[in-house]
Ligand binder design. Structure first.
Ligand code: FAD
Length: 472
């Protein structure tokens, strides 16, 4: 009887414990992916993620086919689809690698019980984290809410072991089960095709993920500690979508780095933030909906659709904010420094709820990840674990001047301002008419006036945040 390998966020052959387990069982292997837009509720895949998924499944399907095992594609509620396939194939075993989203945990534990009742064995594995959330506890036995001691505890004695090699061969059923054609899933945008910038920026899939890691380790990692804050410089790894879809595992990264090398500890620390966000989501499953700090339940968020639209479209009148939002729209990714700046701008300058930013990121990021996205937004809003304090309001002009002093980032993404001199590039409204004319910029026509005044917005944010501050 065959064993079903249910692939989810582990779209790779190497270091894939569920796949290795199935391959070693000596039984025929059925490799399955299910597109399930129902179980996740509001967290069904967004547009940019669907684009990525299409290409990732295409790469995985080719790699599996080369081992003699087709990837079976099914669509619908995952628990229903999986049980149907088990019946059709007579499978007596199912294996998968664990997911940590609350809806996935609920689904998987119910499914495990149901399958066992039907006499089908289930084995699940860790393929996505260095330390699973329940294995890391504070001295008093609870979850961590502060990053530094969390990461210290994870690192202490951590030995993820060597990554597993990809299976050399898989035995498939003589007649593979029916499946959908990937092209029929409509994961790619058509009218309009907005994915040109994504195609230019990315190559999804396991092989491309390994190449990206190798390039990063060969060149950029040494300069990562000081370079990671400058959005015009390609000094971060850009592994986030590959990690989200499981095209590469943290264990593979851990094994590939030179632990004594320059920049490596700082880079691994960011992987630590990924672990921390997953730890938080597991222990606080409301993380995407509710502020971790309950005081923020009473926060008087505004409701301003025009301001939200200006932010989404990169037309706030603050060049660094607009550059980031346009980079996001064009490429499905935004540099971390700029994510913080645009996030702070949304929640503090515009007083719009962090959940609105989270939802836009969910739809537009190729690395949209429930844990990292919710963790990032709660952090920037000041309501999360180990969060930025509410009174820290990023000044978008100073952030631009500091982290994009040469203006390369803004000139690339906000080309209508490219002719402005550096001295006014991050605050075009301060330029005199002659400078604007020489640069060919008509404020209010080519590029908007600021949607809010920084000083007034900052004060409004401090007042509103102050109202819920209470005694501590
Ligand atoms: P590198 O600097 O090379 O870091 C290596 C890896 O570590 C990343 O690929 C990522 O997996 C992880 N990582 C780095 N920084 C963080 C962080 N602050 N929190 C969690 N993990 C981190 N990251 C996502 O993967 N998905 C999201 O949906 C997401 N939403 C975010 C929302 C906001 C408001 C903010 C402030 C940050 C968000 N991040 C998110 C975290 C971070 O911005 C990205 O992981 C990072 O920019 C990815 O680029 P990189 O791969 O070059 O990172």
């Amino acid at each position: 009887a065959p064993v079903i390998v249910w692939l989810r966020q582990d779209l790779r052959l190497a270091d894939n414990p569920a796949l290795t387990h199935a391959a070693q069982s000596g039984r025929p292997v059925v490799a399955l992916y299910i597109l399930d837009d129902q179980t996740p509720g509001p967290w069904a895949l967004g547009g940019a993620s669907r684009w990525w998924l299409h290409h990732s499944l295409s790469a995985l399907g080719d790699a599996l086919a080369a081992l003699g095992c087709p990837l079976v594609l099914r669509r619908g509620r995952a628990d229903v689809a999986l049980r149907a396939l088990a019946r059709e194939t007579g499978a007596t075993a199912v294996v998968w690698n664990r997911c940590y989203e609350p809806h996935a945990i609920a689904r998987d534990s119910a499914l495990k019980a149901d399958l066992k009742d039907e006499g089908i064995s289930v084995d699940s594995f860790n393929a996505a984290l260095l330390a699973e959330p329940w294995t890391v506890k504070t001295g008093s036995g609870g979850p961590y809410k502060v990053f530094t001691p969390f990461w210290r505890a994870v690192r202490e004695g951590l030995d993820p072991g060597p990554p597993l090699p990809a299976p050399r061969k898989l035995f498939a059923l003589p007649t593979p089960p029916d499946g959908d054609r990937l092209a029929d899933w409509g994961l790619l945008p058509s009218r309009p095709d907005w994915a040109g910038g994504l195609r230019d920026a990315w190559t999804p899939g396991e092989a491309a993920a390994q190449r990206r890691l190798a390039d990063f380790l060969a060149q950029a990692v040494r300069r990562y500690p000081e370079g990671r804050d400058y959005p015009a410089r390609p000094l971060t790894s850009r592994l986030s979508p590959h990690l989200h879809f499981g095209e590469i595992s943290p264990r593979q990264i851990w094994a590939a780095v030179d632990h004594d090398g320059d920049g490596v500890a700082e880079f691994l620390r960011e992987l630590g933030w990924r672990e921390f966000c997953h730890h938080l989501l597991y222990h606080f499953p409301d993380l995407p909906q509710r502020p971790l700090n309950p005081r923020f339940e009473a926060f008087a968020w505004g409701d301003d659709p025009a301001a939200l639209a200006a932010w989404q479209r990169g037309r706030t009148g603050y060049p660094i904010v607009d550059a980031g939002m346009r980079e996001l729209w064009a490429t499905g990714w935004m540099h971390n420094r700029v994510r913080m700046v645009v996030g702070s701008f949304l929640v503090k300058h515009l007083l719009l709820p962090w959940t609105a930013g989270q939802a836009w990121f969910w739809d537009t990021l190729v690395d949209a990840d429930l844990a990292n996205n919710a963790g990032g937004w709660q952090w920037i809003a000041g309501c999360g674990a180990d969060a930025a304090p509410y009174f820290r309001v990023f000044n978008p002009v100073l952030q631009g001047q500091k982290f994009d002093s040469g203006g390369d980032y803004v000139r690339r993404w906000v080309p209508e301002l490219a002719g402005l001199p550096d001295s006014v590039l991050h605050q075009p409204w301060t330029a005199d008419p002659l400078t604007l004319r020489a640069a060919g910029v008509r404020l209010g026509t080519d590029y908007p006036h600021p949607v809010v005044d920084h000083k007034a917005a900052r004060q409004r944010a401090l007042d509103t945040f102050g109202a819920i501050k209470g005694d501590n």
